[in-house]
Design a protein around this ligand. Sequence first.
Ligand SMILES: Nc1ncnc2c1ncn2[C@@H]1O[C@H](COP(=O)(O)OP(=O)(O)OP(=O)(O)O)[C@@H](O)[C@H]1O
Length: 634
Amino acid sequence: MAAAQPLPTPAPSPTAVPAAPKGSEDEMKMPVRRIVPYLKPVLPRFILGLVMGIVAAMFNAVWLPACKIIFAIVLPDSDGPPPLGQEFGFLGLDLNFADMLGLDPSAKIGLTGVIIAASFIPLMLLINGVLDYLNKYLLAWVGNQMLQDIRNDVFGRVLRQSPAFFGGTKAGELIQTVLNQTAVAQRNAVQYVQVMTSNPLKILVILISLFAAHPFFTFMSLFIFPLCLLPVMRLGKKVRKSGKKEEQMAGAMLTAMHESLSGIRLVKSYAREEYEVQRFVRANASMSKNAIRWQRASEMVGPIVESVASLGIAAGLVYWWAMGLKSSEFIAVVLLLTRIYPPAKELSKVNLLLQKTRYAINNVVLLLDREPDIQDVPDAKSLGRVKGEIHFENITFAYSKPNGEKLDRPALNGVDIKLAPGRFYAFVGPSGAGKSTLFSLILRFYDPDSGRVLIDGHDLRSVTQNSLRENIGIVSQDTFLFHDTIRENIRYGRLDATEEEIIAAAKKAHAHEFIMQIEGGYDAVVGDAGCNLSGGQKQRLSIARAVLRNAPILLLDEATSALDTETEKIIQEAIHELSEGRTVIAIAHRLSTILQADQIIVMKEGQVESSGTHNELLKKSELYQKLAALQFSE
Ligand SMILES: Nc1ncnc2c1ncn2[C@@H]1O[C@H](COP(=O)(O)OP(=O)(O)OP(=O)(O)O)[C@@H](O)[C@H]1O
């Protein structure tokens, strides 16, 4: 897994795509078709959840008749017939309990009867609550399961992008999308589905049962409900951008945090703690401001709906008085009417919910759908273990601008070199000559614009990337170590390596000795990016990793440039042992480290200026003479 060592460093991306979708929210559609496949595995529970919501909504139809009966029993009108003889309408029939139970209609109802009748109210609420709970729980479960799958896929998709992508995308924003926006999308989408499946039906059922009993009254309240929506819609318009801005600022905050933590040494050495804190504070403040704006609008919806809707009750009272209707029936109607408010309140927040969900889901889907720049061809072969012959066949390559257009100046221009297996090659030349770009092409981080890179005669475009990279080991000057034990850091070179193989690799890399001196030995945990090890120790671990990988091709990137003479000697020795029997390509600025190379290739402005051994080049290459004069005169 060569990718563990960041080499070559990805510079500004040629084809990077911003993590956030462009365009206004109006243009943003809900990518339903993209989400549906994640629903398939959990479809049974999703349907069950919906059914529970529908049943909960339908259950409201029982409320009015049931309440009417209960109130008729418990609150008999003083001048009306006794409770058991009272007639009530149910499904168009005029019924009374005395007839139904074969009792004397003038019999009085005692305390037990009242308790039984009254207990139907909590019972109905309980049934309703259980149905609501099942609806919410099942949909939340479905959402969670989908979130898990989507998150896995987004992270997998991100990791499969080529280095060009990472060059142009902030890690903090990627983390924000993989972690937060998937969660925001899930939470809001679940709530949206919950609200949309049961609430309109609930309101409809209640209105129908009210309509059946009191058409005029219900007709009046139908006028009042749309009134609630006007202020809610206005609010939605006002905060439309806040949800999006909040998510963007969360990304900026994570970027600030991620950058200052991963560059903590730079931050410390330049005493930029306050500067970094301020960067974080600004993003945090902006995020909170937008979150509060959104929250304020969302919380305002409830009281608005309630106050406007309570006009319905006020109007009802007047109507009841005018019509001289029964008080027990009024209580039943008001009770039912109040059952409309909670679903109506939730329903009126849907518009706000949708704004956030759409933005988050689009962001996630954009990443999910992003095809890597470099992909295996459909019939790509596995490379197998190669001998290590590398041929750069007339290569021309230019990096791209962020908009995808190629830069005018190519980084490599007509490079044609053949490297024999098992030999040691060194690339030298001024900065920007194209040395690291050649490494990137061997690793197939990019494809050449013209020409081919061949390993053992196989065009790299025709083989799988994994099988290619299995054949390459890397030792670079900026060694990356994971926050894990020394053992696991070495094992990263070959995941199935045994304990003995790990120790043998460490011995070969001259690392075993210092590892044994550290408290905990191979079990010692290396700090983030290996910050509790010296530069030389880190490099020896990275050599051990490469030894374990045992790849036929070895890329060395300035492996000894930042070390003192003694450590450099140890590392040179380790590299020498590691190089045996492999094709080695070393990038070196210091000629002293590559004097023994079988061939030194001098690069200049993307072209091969000259090649040969040290002595040959001293005679024939002006550029090499200059480099040598500069270094050996020091
Ligand atoms: N990701 C990139 N996007 C655009 N241009 C790039 C990118 N990476 C490198 N370049 C340019 O390509 C040219 C070759 O760069 P390369 O890194 O290969 O040089 P190098 O010889 O390795 O330099 P150094 O010795 O300083 O590492 C340079 O002009 C550089 O600015």
